[in-house]
Design a binder for this molecule. Structure first.
Ligand SMILES: Nc1ncnc2c1ncn2[C@@H]1O[C@H](COP(=O)(O)OP(=O)(O)OP(=O)(O)O)[C@@H](O)[C@H]1O
Ligand SMILES: [Mg+2]
Length: 517
């Protein structure tokens, strides 16, 4: 009656559970078979212990209903044999026996039975108990399978991650480490397992100073139960070389800690490369800005010559008058002194123009200084007036008083201001609207100071708004078209904004912001 033909896969899928019925009494066996025949199981039968063991080993049923008293090996022995074999150990065994003494039941459980049904049995009871144990057995199998999957998944992750992972017990002894930890630290598992983490001297960067256990980052976790992290620490490898790492140490619920760390040398290299690239970009930007200042100075050469020429002419005149004075017999010292004072004023005026031009074209050293914005704008206006006389456009200044001092690279901000004022004067001259002049304003708005340059000139043509800040965009015959693009790069590098609005009364209103720090 034995049926060994059910394929293993079908059983695994849970389509039909195998149940083995064992009784030396064929009548009993038949009743049992009948009782369970509608339960949806694949029923197998055996009439003695040896056959039962053999079928169980071949088919691995989910459950065995096992008679105790049998000729040959009895039910207890069958149970012990099966429990001692890992392949059959998890088969649920329910003993069936007429033995009513409690020692028989105790022994049934002692050898590994999950249940005990007394004969003569109630059909309903057998069906219910079998159903329950099959269910439990199925759940146990699922759980075991899932556990196995999780464990092997964990194991794969543990072995595959590029981060080094070290497990520590509550005393800081190493309980596990993954392959990446071995590569990063240069230690093999056999050297470390069971060792105190401090024995590896991973965190001893300074040869001369012995590091105490409580000074190491993981200590906080395995001893104090706190998480700890560092973006950048040096780790000492077994060969006494050092590697930069980012490290996190987390306490474990069951005590001890997990330390996870990552080699960040490549990342630091790319950070360094990025820093150098940025530095180069910045220095190129400054070079271009410097060239633009030289270019502007060149464009302003006529005005500068004119500006310097005026005091020089005056100096020449005063010195002629002084010479004539000396030729007089009764000249008064007082008159000569006055003339010399005037000479001095004029020579200072000339040297001031030259000084201003020189400081405008000098290369900035990148040092920020504390600046009074209104004073700075005023200096630029004086510089721009060189052109204002030639263009016949006056520049007015409306400062907001009580502005806070700002930290600025003065040369660069003067460059932006001068470019905007010169553009405004040129636009005004082109529109023949010189009478209105150019207005420069300073005003505080929130956490920034805005500098506005307002003109009533030709204005920005409709549709060209997007282009004015583009390099080489110009509408002027002698323009280079780089003034505004440089202004934009200077202001954006400082995190400020620069832009313009159409002036409702014609002309343009350019502005930029300087952060109050
Ligand atoms: N205030 C303004 N009013 C009208 N148009 C302006 C004004 N400012 C700039 N523009 C327009 O933007 C263009 C670009 O200005 P930008 O200062 O970059 O170059 P540019 O003045 O033409 O030459 P340069 O390089 O010598 O300064 C100008 O040619 C002009 O068409
Ligand atoms: Mg310009």
């Amino acid at each position: 009656m034995s049926d060994l033909s059910i394929p293993q896969a079908e059983q695994e899928k849970g389509v039909l559970e195998h149940v083995l019925l064992v009784d030396d009494n064929p009548v009993n066996l038949k009743i049992l078979y009948k009782t369970l025949s509608n339960g949806g199981y694949k029923l197998l039968t055996a009439e003695d212990g040896e056959t039962a063991v053999q079928i169980a080993q071949q088919t691995k049923p989910s459950l065995i209903l096992l008679d105790i008293m049998m000729p040959g090996i009895d039910g207890y022995e069958v149970c012990e044999i099966l429990k001692n074999n890992p392949d059959t150990a998890d088969i649920a065994i329910i003993f069936l026996s007429a033995l009513e003494i409690s020692s028989a039941k105790v022994k049934a459980f002692a050898v590994g039975g999950v249940d005990y049904i007394s004969k003569p049995f109630q059909a309903d009871e057998v069906v219910a108990r079998v159903r329950n144990h099959i269910k439990i057995h199925r759940l146990e199998r699922q759980l075991a399978r899932r556990n196995f999957e999780l464990e092997s998944e964990n194991h794969q992750i543990f072995n595959a991650v590029s981060e080094g992972i070290i497990g520590l017990d509550k005393d800081g002894r190493i309980t596990m480490l993954n392959p990446s930890a071995m590569v990063i630290c240069g230690w093999a598992v056999a050297d470390c397992l069971g060792e105190q983490l401090t024995a590896l001297r991973l965190f001893e960067v300074d040869e001369t100073v012995k590091m105490q256990e409580h000074e190491t980052l993981p200590y906080l976790s395995y001893r104090m139960g706190q998480s700890a992290h560092s973006d950048m620490k040096l780790i000492r490898r077994r060969d006494n070389t050092f590697l930069p790492i980012a490290i996190t140490s987390t306490p474990r619920a069951e005590g001890g800690a997990v330390v996870v760390f990552r080699d960040i040398s490549e990342w630091l290299d790319s950070e360094e490369a990025l820093r150098i690239a940025r530095q180069e970009l910045e220095s190129q930007r400054q070079n271009i800005a410097h060239m633009e200042r030289l270019n502007t100075t060149g464009a302003m050469a006529a005005g500068i010559a004119h500006e310097v020429n005026q005091p020089l002419t005056a100096i020449s005149n005063y010195s002629r008058v002084a010479r004539r004075l000396l030729e007089r017999e009764n000249f008064q010292h007082q008159q000569l002194a006055e003339l010399l004072d005037k000479l001095n004023v004029q020579s200072e005026r000339a040297s001031e123009v030259i000084h201003r031009m020189r400081s405008y074209v000098k290369k900035p050293n990148g040092v920020l200084s504390e600046v009074d914005v209104n004073e700075m704008v005023m200096e630029v206006i004086v510089l721009a007036e060189v052109d204002s006389r030639i263009n016949d456009v006056s520049v007015h200044f409306e400062p907001q008083l009580d502005l806070p001092a700002l930290h600025l690279d003065v040369v660069q901000i003067q460059q932006v201001t001068l470019n905007l004022i010169r553009n405004a004067m040129e636009a005004t001259a082109m529109a023949n609207s010189s009478a209105q002049g150019v207005m420069v304003k300073t005003e505080r708005q929130g956490n920034a100071v805005f500098i506005r340059v307002i003109d009533h000139g030709v204005g920005i043509a409709e549709g060209k708004e997007d282009q004015v800040f583009n390099p080489f965009y110009t509408t002027k015959t002698n323009g280079m078209g780089i003034g505004l693009s440089i202004c934009q790069s200077i202001i954006q590098a400082q995190g400020g904004t620069i832009g313009f609005e159409h002036n409702p009364k014609g002309g343009a209103s350019f502005y930029f912001s300087l952060a109050i720090t």
